[in-house]
Write a protein of this length. Structure first.
Length: 172
């Protein structure tokens, strides 16, 4: 398990994937923590069944997809995932989200920083990439705080990367 001072990153186990595909009430009965009524948000709710099927078909991917749990409140407040898994290229793409009521408290930076540390503990990973909507200034700020560099903008999206040897995570 990946842990920070305030958060736990719980692996997306196959049993959780099966529950997700059956519906929220099944996950609520199985998951050992309460689930925020704001989770999943509209964007992640579209990805959730895809990730669940991927985890079921490829169990090794459980560790690459995590639920964000607020430790003190024992509440699922978001998720962080690798959308592209490390292969011979040696890089991964991450995506993350925190429910509305928990934004603005540094949880995004805290969880991304912890996930970066965990990812770079794998010798074969040398680059992490991410993208966000240009208007999403909060997400861009999280990536900046965690040492990512903006590499390009295209249409409504902005693209970021963090290379292991260029890592410059700012403390918060």
């Amino acid at each position: 398990m990946i842990e920070t001072e305030r958060l736990q990153l719980v692996s997306f186990k196959s049993s959780y994937a099966q529950a997700v595909l059956k519906g929220r009430s099944h996950l609520e009965r199985l998951f050992p923590y309460a689930i925020s009524p704001q989770w999943p948000n509209a964007n992640y709710s579209l990805l959730l069944p895809i990730i669940a099927l991927d985890v079921l078909n490829h169990p090794f991917k459980q560790q690459w997809n995590r639920f964000i749990v607020h430790k003190k409140q024992r509440l699922l407040v978001g998720q962080i995932s690798c959308y592209e898994y490390p292969g011979q290229k040696g890089h991964v793409e991450i995506g993350y989200g925190v429910v509305t009521d928990y934004r603005g408290y540094g949880y995004g930076s805290e969880v991304v920083k912890a996930f970066i540390s965990w990812l770079f503990s794998h010798e074969h990973i040398h680059k992490i990439v991410a993208e966000c909507v240009i208007e999403n200034k909060a997400s861009a700020r999280v990536l900046e705080k965690c040492g990512f560099c903006n590499t390009s903008n295209s249409g409504e999206r902005t693209y970021w990367e963090l290379i292991r040897q260029k890592r410059n995570v700012k403390s918060f």
